[in-house]
Design a protein around this ligand. Structure first.
Ligand SMILES: [Zn+2]
Length: 217
């Protein structure tokens, strides 16, 4: 089945412009590896960006802008945003995510964070948003929570039911401080996803708050 839930224009444009943080770029690039539709959108965003630069009058480049562009180029940069690579057939975790994890699904060392929930924190030095792999046993309910910032989720295996949507392999959910939700893993298969969060989640309810230090998300 093809991907139904895509990355937003905002996210894709920041990715194409290279202004997105590395953790979020990793999620976008991994989605692109699974989604021909967004690879085409990304190519278009790249082309438009290039044309905009070419269309700038020469005068604009000579006073003010050019030195600032050069300063940007000289600035020591963080790691370049990950580049999507199309997956080969029987690999569950596509590149570039697989390289960040050091292998495909079978080689991963999960840490239990709550009953029926396991995670792997992906260490990205100097990056504030945090990337983690999450594995929910099928049917597991995630405690209701809202967000202090943006949360991106990319489903890699199994399914995740969030509000009225059922997300499957390749699908992306993007939530912000306005969203309060209580997703749960679909039946049949464990749900494995890549999640990128800007700031700690705010859990609702006493039990959920008690669980938060355990979940560390
Ligand atoms: Zn897409």
């Amino acid at each position: 089945m093809s991907v139904q839930f895509h990355v937003s224009d905002d996210l894709l444009l920041s990715y194409a412009a290279g202004t997105l943080d590395e953790a979020s770029s990793l999620l976008v690039a991994t989605h692109l590896a699974l989604c021909p539709h967004c690879r085409a959108r990304n190519a278009a965003a790249d082309a438009v960006g290039g044309q905009l630069l070419e269309a700038l009058p020469a005068a604009d480049l000579s006073d003010g802008l050019m030195p600032s562009v050069m300063a940007q180029l000289r600035r020591p940069t963080a790691a370049p945003p990950p580049v999507p690579v199309r997956p080969t057939s029987d690999i569950v975790i596509p590149e570039p995510l697989r390289s960040y994890l050091g292998g495909d699904l079978a080689s991963l060392r999960w840490k239990r964070v709550a009953p029926r929930v396991q995670q792997i924190v992906i260490d990205i030095p100097g990056c504030r948003p945090q990337a983690r792999m999450l594995r929910f046993q099928c049917g597991t309910q995630v405690p209701a929570h809202s967000h202090a910032g943006r949360e991106l989720t990319l489903v890699l295996s199994g399914s995740l039911c969030d509000r009225d949507a059922v997300l499957q392999r390749g699908d992306v959910a993007e939530t912000d401080e306005q969203t309060e939700h209580q997703p749960h893993a679909g039946p049949g298969e464990d749900c494995i996803c890549l999640a990128v969060t800007d700031a700690p989640l705010r859990f609702k309810g006493v039990l959920a708050r008690l669980m938060q230090p355990l979940l560390r998300i």
